[in-house]
Design a protein around this ligand. Sequence first.
Ligand code: 13P
Length: 325
Amino acid sequence: MPKGFLPMNELLRAAAADGYAVPSFCAWNAESMITVLSVAADLRAPVILMNGPGEYPLLGPSDMAAVAHTVIRRFSQPVALHLDHGNSVPLVCECLAAGYTSVMLDFSQRPYRENAAAQREVVQLAHPRGVTVEGELGTLGGIEDEIAASHIILTNPEDAKKFVEQTGVDALAIAIGTSHGAYKFKATPTLAMDIVEKTHKLIPNTYLVMHGSSSVPKELVDEVNKFGGKVPNAMGVPIHMIQQAIKLGVRKINIDTDGRLAFTAAIRKYFVEHPEGFDQRKYLGEARQAIFTWIQSKMKDFGTAGHANDYKGITLKDTMARYAK
Ligand code: 13P
């Protein structure tokens, strides 16, 4: 069984071979990482830990990677450490030096040529180290920390093909109508599944990534609001749509908002029920349990549970050799 972080490519390669997807959870401290990894260990599932510019004001890339590399030692299921929405080439370099096994440069809001040229540069920096590269083409809406786009520009499958050929990225985030955050839709959700299908047909060996994949479950939103929160009219991507996207070729599912909601609901409830409480060991414990339960359901929904043995201990060194061919 693998020890330490694997190149993300290897997790997605196995997922593609067997038609499931690997969830990528935002995890930015030891507790959140251990919680994700414990669920993955229980369910014998591969998983991706991600963090990026939104989290770095709390803990910078090298400290974050140091925590992650310490925490991973006691787990043996396949896991990748991914830079989510990297916003500059120097940041990507910092993450490569720190020991991330996958990096994303998000220049999707820049002109195509600039995005492609920078991605190519990142590929040239990452592949000799065996590190996976994710690019993005098209624009997701919504707001997630540093990333804000007021409107969605759906990915053109032909452009996606050209982009992959020009850059050599391993994985590609495509815009199909999702957005970051808790307010994804105002009415019945619709997603451009035809774009997933066409893009997958055109570039079958590139791992398609679905960002903005929180389902924003009504129970969680109701719980937050019941205990004093104000999250009105929140709406996410129904699970059946994510499952359809997986059937059509999506291999990595990015989730952050649902974890925030689960965490916040548990803490709000704790404070309302224990107004005298001020011990973070207690309320963080409640929050951790809430996250645990929520991650379990995602692992089952995406077909990831039970796939920990799909890997043969492929390391960064092995992928270095593969890219050099
Ligand atoms: P959500 O806001 O839907 O959780 O999406 C997170 C994401 O895509 C991070 O890259």
